[in-house]
Ligand binder design. Structure first.
Ligand code: APR
Ligand code: PHB
Length: 394
């Protein structure tokens, strides 16, 4: 079999790339290791920057997002028991973010792909990538015990942090930068109305907490927990009790609790791969970089990588130019480092680092005090939170 682009991984990055290429008349096949239901069962962050909303519109799947997503023009930072709003909309001259779960983004893209009759092979086993240092790369996989090979022009590695594409690059050709944080996030999803109409990021002496949401009736909350914590150690009651202790008086009283419908612990990591292109294979999204979730940049970075890649591939096919392909890595990485820096900084500002002692907590509170009382400080938080424009740096 032959196609123009083999996309390894059918998460949000792979599916968005699939739609962008389809709109440009470029043939692609998605190979996904899991079932579609499994992919949709993963709960991830849910804040879209304007560039991500625009991409959903561009590929024609923005309707449900606009109907059901919640537009947020600000968020609260809580410290020393008090909440302070960062008015992103005013500070950035009218920019907002959209609260719309990654699961829903992926579902909308998968539905559109299916409606267009495009090829996704689910439960593709043992995917291997070959000859990406030549003009005719090949991808092999097994499905239902049968072996298959696809010849293509390009391979898009959209296969997440544990994928096969990055792992197939010769070690001498790649540099990896990594920081693992000494704590995790315990997350809970519950069919309860959110405690507040915007998000609350809380710095408390007991540790970080985040009050997020998926809709007006569905909440998502997180607690900073030690790396040794296990989900089984945390009953719903224990979670709600600890969350209350990390919130301000008003939120404590307003908090509506209920049974969890999902509960999981995620480790926090900063990770960047350089470069993101290896001959005719490109890495995108979590395959190339991970940010800690504070600030919800992961999905947005995946979306912009994929947009840069589709532009480069369109340029290649339509204009016979390799300029976009040659610039892909540098273009992505500039944005990746900028958003990665913000995610690291926001994480460092909001979490409890016991090794930094009480003085560490005091410094954090002083920085937060500066940020909310200085127009420049608040603008710096706001402009990073709403995200960079697509043509940033040009
Ligand atoms: N073969 C085929 N598919 C694979 C393989 C493989 N060897 N390895 C992984 N996959 C699939 C996974 O099953 C998954 O569906 O690749 C997909 C990768 O999807 P994600 O991990 O969601 O990564 P990405 O699409 O880059 O999305 C980035 O995910 O982690 C969040 O915060 C992050 O929101 C961001 C988003
Ligand atoms: C979420 O809703 O899951 C979420 C929101 C904001 C973040 C991280 C996660 O910064």
């Amino acid at each position: 079999m032959r196609t123009q682009v083999v996309i390894v991984g059918g998460g949000p990055a792979g599916n968005l790339l699939g739609q962008l290429l389809y709109k440009a008349g470029i043939d692609a096949v998605i190979l996904e290791r899991q079932t579609g239901d499994y992919v949709l069962g993963r709960i991830r962050a849910g804040v879209l920057e304007q560039v991500s909303m625009d991409l959903m519109d561009e590929v024609g799947v923005g309707k449900r997002m606009h109907a059901e997503g919640l537009v947020h023009g600000g968020f609260d930072m809580l410290f020393k028991g008090e909440r302070h709003r960062i008015d992103m909309n005013r500070l950035t001259g009218g920019k907002n973010v959209m609260v719309y779960g990654q699961t829903e983004v992926t579902r909308d893209l998968m539905d559109a792909r299916q409606a267009a009759g495009l090829a996704t092979v689910y439960e593709a086993d043992n995917v291997t990538v070959h000859d990406f240092d030549t003009a005719t790369p090949r991808v092999r996989y097994q499905k239902d015990g049968q072996s298959h090979e696809i010849e293509c022009d390009f391979i898009a590695g959209c296969d997440g942090f544990h994928g096969v594409c990055r792992a197939s690059v010769p070690r001498g050709a790649i540099r990896e930068f990594e920081k693992v944080y000494p704590f995790g996030w315990l997350g809970i999803l519950s069919e309860t109305p959110p405690v507040h109409d915007e998000l609350i990021y809380a710095n408390s002496p007991r540790g970080f907490a985040l009050c997020s949401q998926r809709s007006r009736t569905r909440s998502r909350y997180y607690l900073q927990v030690p790396l040794t914590a296990k989900v089984s150690d945390w009953s719903d009651e224990a979670f709600w009790q600890e969350l209350r202790l990390r919130l301000d008086m008003e939120a404590r009283e307003k908090l509506v609790t209920g049974p969890s419908i999902e509960k999981s612990i995620a480790p926090l990591r900063s990770f960047v791969t350089e470069p993101m292109r290896f001959g005719r294979m490109f890495l995108t999204g979590d395959a190339a970089h991970i940010v800690p979730p504070t600030g919800a940049k992961g999905l947005n970075l995946a979306a912009t990588d994929v947009k840069y890649l589709s532009n480069a591939l369109i340029e290649f096919y339509q204009e016979k130019s390799e300029v976009g392909i040659d610039n892909y890595s540098e273009r992505c990485l500039r944005r990746v480092w900028r958003a990665g820096r913000f995610s690291w900084w926001f994480t460092s500002l909001m979490h409890r680092f016991p090794e930094n002692g009480e003085i560490g907590q005091k410094f954090q509170e002083a920085e937060l005090d500066y940020l909310i009382n200085s127009e420049a400080g608040a603008l710096s938080v706001a402009e990073n939170y709403v995200g960079l424009p697509l043509n940033f740096g040009e």
